[in-house]
Design a protein around this ligand. Sequence first.
Ligand SMILES: NC(=O)c1ccc[n+]([C@@H]2O[C@H](COP(=O)([O-])OP(=O)(O)OC[C@H]3O[C@@H](n4cnc5c(N)ncnc54)[C@H](O)[C@@H]3O)[C@@H](O)[C@H]2O)c1
Length: 334
Amino acid sequence: MKVSAAILKKKTIDIFKKYKLTSKQAKISADIIIKAELVGASSHGLSRLKMYINRIKRKLINNSPKIKIKKISKSISLIDADNAIGFVGGDIGIKQAIKNAKSTGIGIVAVKNSGHYGLSSFYAEQAVKKNMLVFCFTNAPPALAPHGSKKSLFGTNPICFGTPTGTKVPFILDTSVSLVNRGKIRLAAKLGKKIPKGSALNKYGKPTTSAIEALEGVQLPIAGFRGSGLAWMVDILSGVLTGGNHGGKVRDPFDDFTGPQNVGHLFIVFKSNLFLNNYTSRIKQNIRNVKKLPKVNGIKEILYPGQSKFRIYKKNMKKKINIPKKILRDLNDL
Ligand SMILES: NC(=O)c1ccc[n+]([C@@H]2O[C@H](COP(=O)([O-])OP(=O)(O)OC[C@H]3O[C@@H](n4cnc5c(N)ncnc54)[C@H](O)[C@@H]3O)[C@@H](O)[C@H]2O)c1
């Protein structure tokens, strides 16, 4: 069924407020959830709303957090998000990192006691809009087996890097380190769809295209041991360094109700003129050099990361969003 983004956003805000999130928390969360739908990342959109509400109902997401920001230096801050919904922990974290970077050139902010915050790119975009470069890291519940192990431990731990490009369209590389992000597998399981070959093993270690079997088994990382190493790096930066859970201890938000997730995030933001005054012309030249390369058959344009999502967003802004009946039913139940 097709519904306008404005109506969906209002419904989402109302649902969060019904479960006693403040208006501000509800708005931040709904903005990010609906934007995920608008960029075509429905795996991180409304299909997760029921999960967030389940955790609020069980007080595993704190609807009245006392968030503490500890200033370590003018550039560095540590935030204890007090188990706020992850969108709020992430939003406060990136805003603090931007503020620190404005004052000293670089802002490094660690967030602990946070939760699943959706797409990293939405936080990165905030820094890029201020003409800054940015890295965002967050860890996630066990999904990937470390290289050489039979058991999953690392999350799909996304790596996100953003930079201004001197145009309206930011460069934002925002990628899971699994071949397929877990949200897409969860959504496929919910909608009874298959997942791509080679992206997961079942619980007996055999390749599977069943989303349900993949959730019971392990997902495979990008590029073998290299992807496993990247997942580990993100776990260290988001968890070990920040005070967040790590080493397989981040709880699965969908089915582990034994405590809050305590996800960690790390935001590193810096000004584009730290070393040179002509970053904008240099990045423009860099992108031009790549884009003018000869293309393989079937490719009309070489895109930089973030470009396709930006186009999907612009297109979807003008029309209604297609929401599967199952997801709308969840929304109405809530
Ligand atoms: N919060 C969490 O715990 C969590 C965990 C995992 C993933 N995520 C989020 O899930 C989202 C989706 O991850 P994903 O791995 O499925 O991303 P993806 O595979 O859709 O895209 C990965 C990157 O490739 C770029 N890209 C896509 N097509 C391209 C093309 N034709 N040419 C050039 N670049 C292209 C995209 O812009 C993006 O930067 C991310 O936003 C990530 O932050 C969140």
